[in-house]
Write a protein that binds this ligand. Structure first.
Ligand code: SF4
Length: 387
């Protein structure tokens, strides 16, 4: 048994342990165990500094999980977009392939609780029909292995899946959606990295939410994956009490870059049953992005998105930088709230409703209107006042 497997075996997971270690009432611990079991491996447990801290909140069951009975189990409608077991096909050229129900840690905010924990929730018997679906759908260029956590599979099992995927000509990219570099970095071994290298291009999406998760162990794991030629992106979720603070997120994204992980997405928390106590306002998320853009490297600024309830996919959100936009100009403010004007370029063709046809809009022969020429002399504030 490898070290990471021993750590899974030694995880806190029983009702007795929840009562003894975290002081939960026995009945509450039992109800939580039935709703969504606990798994806190010794590594992640060691990151807790005090009760209720950002690490504790992410992994220790809380009775608030039992309070939102009305919320959806599958707010993103992943199951409705599942043409065959184990596959979710939401976007045109990519598909999600669920390969295990197991994870190195059961995150209390998980949006896929209905699929995670119990071995029966994702059946390995569905793999064959999933491969067949991927073979038949030649539009799929990009497959994301997820679950659960695909790195809960043994190297041998994972390699069988990768080999099979690499036999499908139209699949160009394979992505691993794994939280292991963060929650159980011991899983990233030289043997695993050597195996993965054979199946490039492989990308990894991981999931750090707080700077305390960046430790010597998790740094080493990310660097090993990067050395194996695997680009790593981070997907974090804004959560109350965990990271709903611009300074915390700034520290996180800067530390991620140092360990060669690119901040990729920052999500608003999903409206998932048992996880609504983690939700924060959209304004909190916008404030975080506002505090990053311009104040730190653009490499460190993730796309801020809401994964739309009802299966609409990821929709990007930005603080309001555009104050005015017409066919001649766009007036914007920068991160310091200074105003700037950018002259629009009049395209000859009106493409998709953007960019007017200049010949029909009173332009001069040189493509500029008299109005835009007048505006050249004015400051952005004068222009705004005239609008
Ligand atoms: S690792 Fe991912 S799938 Fe597993 S419990 Fe955490 S959030 Fe859910």
């Amino acid at each position: 048994m490898e070290l990471w497997q021993q750590m899974i075996r030694d995880s806190v997971h029983t009702v007795d342990q929840l009562v003894e270690k975290f002081g939960l009432e026995r009945q509450v611990a039992q109800d939580l165990d039935e709703f969504f079991q606990a798994r806190i491996n010794p590594y992640y447990l060691s990151l807790i500094r005090y009760p209720g801290d950002p690490i504790w909140l992410q992994c220790v069951p809380d009775k608030k999980e039992l309070e939102d009975y009305d919320a959806e189990e599958d707010p993103l409608l992943e199951d409705a977009m599942s043409p065959v077991p184990n596959i979710t096909h939401r976007y045109p050229d990519r598909a999600l392939f669920l390969v295990t129900s197991q994870c190195g840690l059961y995150c209390r905010f998980c949006t896929r609780k209905r699929k995670v924990g119990n071995y029966k929730k994702i059946s390995m018997r569905g793999l064959e029909s999933a491969f067949k679906y991927l073979e038949e759908h030649t539009e799929i260029r990009d497959v994301i292995l997820s679950g659960g956590d695909p790195l809960m599979l043994t190297d041998a099992m994972l390699e069988k899946i990768l080999q099979r995927l690499r036999q499908i000509q139209h699949i160009e990219i394979i992505r691993l959606g794994t939280k292991m570099p963060c929650v159980l970095p011991h899983r990233i071994t030289p043997k695993l990295c050597n195996m993965l290298k054979k199946y490039h291009p492989i990308y990894c999406n991981t999931h750090f939410n707080h700077p305390w998760e960046i430790t010597p162990e998790s740094s080493k794991a990310c660097e090993m994956l990067a050395d194996a030629g695997i680009p790593i992106g981070n997907q974090m979720v804004v959560m109350k009490g965990v990271n709903d603070d611009p300074e915390v997120v700034k520290e996180l994204v800067q530390k991620l870059l140092k360990i060669r992980v690119r901040p990729y997405y920052m999500y608003m928390a999903d409206e998932t049953k048992g996880a609504n106590h983690f939700r924060t306002s959209v304004e909190t998320g916008l404030k975080i992005i506002e505090a990053l853009r311009g104040y730190t490297s653009g490499l460190a600024v993730p796309h801020f998105v809401i994964d739309a309830p009802g299966g609409g996919g990821k929709i990007p959100l930005l603080p309001n930088y555009v104050l005015y936009h017409d066919e001649e100009k766009i007036i914007m403010r920068n991160y310091q709230h200074k105003l700037f004007t950018y002259k629009n370029y009049a395209d000859r063709n009106n493409i998709n409703g953007y960019g007017p046809d200049s010949r029909k809009n009173g332009k001069n022969g040189n493509g500029k209107s008299k109005k835009s020429e007048t505006n050249k002399e004015k400051t952005p504030i004068q222009i705004l006042q005239e609008l």
